[in-house]
Design a protein. Structure first.
Length: 165
């Protein structure tokens, strides 16, 4: 909007990202965890009527486990969870925000993937299929946007080809 008289919003993120990998023959296992905590100073947005709270928090946790057999097949399962401070105006009533009437940013997601590595160790290529399932979207499993859309309508299945040089 560019209304400098309202001040500014600010965001501060603190995060942790780690990975453990076991490289064996023929088994490889990788565990990944990432956590982010974000503080929002939304006092300018509150002054403009775009947020109920002058301070909000947003948290995310993303964890996955991958198994690769004989450098040819891989299987991955994971869970991501987003949560934070409820704010009905910021997360619920603005038409352009695509958010829930609950006013919550809570969105748990499950992810699974199966992939083939057709050339093994000779070429770094992968052909895969990934599925993402939404349990909730912005705090609601049903009617999250007030127009009858359910969280499972965001479920996604996609195929991919991946080549690294």
């Amino acid at each position: 909007m560019g209304l400098s008289s309202a001040g500014t919003d600010s965001f501060t993120d603190v995060g942790f990202d780690t990975q453990y990998q076991y490289l064996g023959d023929p088994h490889t296992v990788t565990a990944r965890v990432a956590w982010i905590h974000e503080n929002h100073n939304t006092s300018a947005s509150q002054t403009l009527g775009l947020a109920d709270n002058s301070n909000n928090q947003l948290r995310s946790l993303n964890a996955s486990l991958s198994y690769i057999y004989d450098k040819t097949w891989s299987f991955t399962g994971g869970r991501m969870s987003i949560g934070g401070t409820p704010d009905a105006t910021l997360y619920g009533t603005l038409p352009e925000a695509r958010t829930a009437p609950t006013g919550s940013p809570r969105s748990p997601i499950c992810r699974s993937c199966v992939a083939a590595h057709p050339f093994g160790q000779w070429l770094n290529a992968r052909i895969g299929l990934q599925w993402i399932r939404w349990d909730k979207f912005d705090g609601a499993s049903t009617n999250f946007n007030g127009a009858g859309r359910n969280a499972h309508a965001n479920n996604t299945i996609f195929g991919y080809v991946w080549i690294a040089f």
